[in-house]
Design a protein around this ligand. Structure first.
Ligand SMILES: *Cc1c(COP(=O)(O)O)cnc(C)c1O
Length: 479
């Protein structure tokens, strides 16, 4: 703890001499607010502060330290140019209440980013307001509800596959819809017969992730979209897995009416404690009128905020959303260009398939279809030695790697969901594969070492429920 470092009277700063006597200052403050004792603050030099925080940062795992293969999360490396651009003075000093004519550059950036995203996903219009993917889902379902209400009946149900991310059914019920599960077939794709059985005139929408959370492209997607459209329902695409599709497939061309983007996944803004997110939402023609106010529009060379949208669902964020995240995504898209983005998706797919080939002799692959940018293994085989997925994840920490996503999607027992992303080199993929292969060997030969891992991290196994519920965030001397 920083309180345990340093020594009484040591300082890491210097201030100019006080020009007023301290007594005079103290007299200005009511007595009850004055301390009788000095505050117990750490007394450390600048060097001690540096060493302390650098040491803390090294206890943590981050994408600058090593591969972060969390399936579904797309933990790609975030180029530092994004940070440079988002800290330009003209951007940092902006205030959201400035007049339109004074912030034409910022509005231009938002407008252009919106156009890039619409082009990437084949959408008609966009809102940049939602602050994350789940917020985009909520906004999208509010739009879907507004659309159906406008047609005379809001309808009652939202269909989702059993492989869906937990935010999907949560968003549906927040908007007042009943979330209804559709089965996956033995190939891990949506079961068409089950879908047909559930489609009726009370279905407001189908929410689908494509590639789905098993990393598999829904090959019957055109049929799925046709069936849903015939029932008068709308199609929501959870775009969290867009990193597999850039420049290759456009959700709008497949028939989707709504798609959210996770700028903090696909478009390289940090996430997971690294900063706020941004979950813009693209829509087809049917939904344009209902978009949140304001939208950013361009007329005769002048950018403006359009509040004149009578059918709008209203605002879903303060001001315009997380602007600096938009700046980072904008910088990334401009830096990569169309061909760079397409190359990123192709490399993401190649990396996942390479890693899968290296691992599938030792780990069970429940759905043996060629995946896109991520894949899901199962620790079913390791179970016979008493080794579970959690144990494998913990053992990876010993070997210097962040664990993949585990126990998701729910339809795979003992799931290990691995997404290497395009930013990892072949050497890193090989090292990660070697670690997982070593653990598979250990599981059969010396299961104890895996079951009791991690052995060389700052803390060993925590009670995960208690650790999240009874946080100790306050230092008390002697605690
Ligand atoms: C990450 C993710 C979400 C939620 O996005 P957030 O930005 O974390 O709110 C939804 N669906 C899928 C498939 C995801 O991977």
């Amino acid at each position: 703890m920083i309180f345990e470092l340093g020594a009484s009277g040591r300082k890491g700063y210097s201030l100019p001499e006080l020009t007023i006597p301290i007594k005079e200052v103290a007299d200005l403050i009511p007595a009850e607010f004055l301390r009788s004792q000095p505050a117990e603050l750490p007394e450390v030099s600048e060097l001690e502060v540096m060493r302390h925080f650098i040491a803390l940062s090294q206890l943590n795992y981050h994408v600058e330290k090593g591969i972060y293969p969390l399936g579904s999360c797309t933990m790609k490396y975030n180029p530092k140019i994004n940070e440079v651009v988002s800290r330009l003075e003209g951007i940092v000093a902006l205030h959201p209440l400035q007049d339109e004519e004074d912030v034409q550059g910022a509005l231009a950036l938002m407008h252009e980013l919106g156009q890039y995203l619409c082009e990437i996903a084949g959408m008609e219009a966009i809102t940049l307001q939602p602050a994350a993917g789940a917020h985009g889902e909520l906004t999208g379902l509010l739009l879907i509800r507004a659309y159906h209400e406008d047609q005379g009946n809001p309808r009652k149900k939202v269909l989702l596959p059993d492989s869906a991310h937990g935010t999907n059914p949560a968003s549906a019920s927040l908007v007042g819809y009943q979330a209804v599960q559709i089965k996956s077939n033995d190939k891990g794709l949506i079961d068409l017969d089950d879908l047909k059985r559930h489609l009726d005139d009370e279905v407001a929408a189908l929410m689908l992730t494509n590639p789905n959370t098993l990393g598999l492209f829904e090959t019957q997607i055109e049929t799925v979209c046709r069936l849903v459209a015939e029932a008068g329902a709308l199609l929501y695409m959870d775009g969290a897995n867009l990193n597999a599709l850039l420049g290759i497939v456009r959700p709008g061309d497949l028939g989707f009416d709504v798609v959210h983007f996770n700028l903090h996944k696909t478009f390289s803004a940090p996430h997971g404690g690294g900063g706020p997110g941004s979950g813009p939402l693209g829509v087809s023609k049917k939904l344009v009128d209902f978009l949140p106010v304001p939208t950013v529009e361009l007329k005769d060379g002048y950018y403006f905020l359009d509040y004149d949208r009578p059918k709008s669902i209203g605002k879903v964020a303060t001001f315009f959303g997380n602007f600096t995240v938009m700046v980072k995504a904008f910088a990334y898209i401009r830096m990569m260009g169309a061909s760079g983005l397409k190359e990123a998706s192709k490399m993401a797919i190649l990396n996942a398939n390479y890693l899968l080939e290296r691992l599938k002799s030792m780990y069970h692959l429940p759905y043996p279809t060629r995946p896109m940018h991520e894949f899901v293994l199962s620790a079913e085989r390791q179970k016979q030695y008493g080794v579970r997925t959690t144990d494998i994840a913990k053992r990876l920490l010993d070997l210097g790697f962040h664990a993949p996503t585990i126990y998701f999607p729910l339809i795979v027992h003992e799931a290990l969901m691995i997404e290497p992303t395009e930013t990892e080199s072949k050497e890193t993929l090989d090292a990660f594969a070697e670690a997982l292969l070593q653990i598979a060997d250990e599981a059969s030969e010396n299961p104890k070492v895996v079951q009791t891992a991690p052995h060389n991290t700052p803390v060993s196994r925590l009670d995960e429920a208690l650790a999240a519920r009874q946080l100790k965030v306050r230092y008390r001397k002697g605690d």
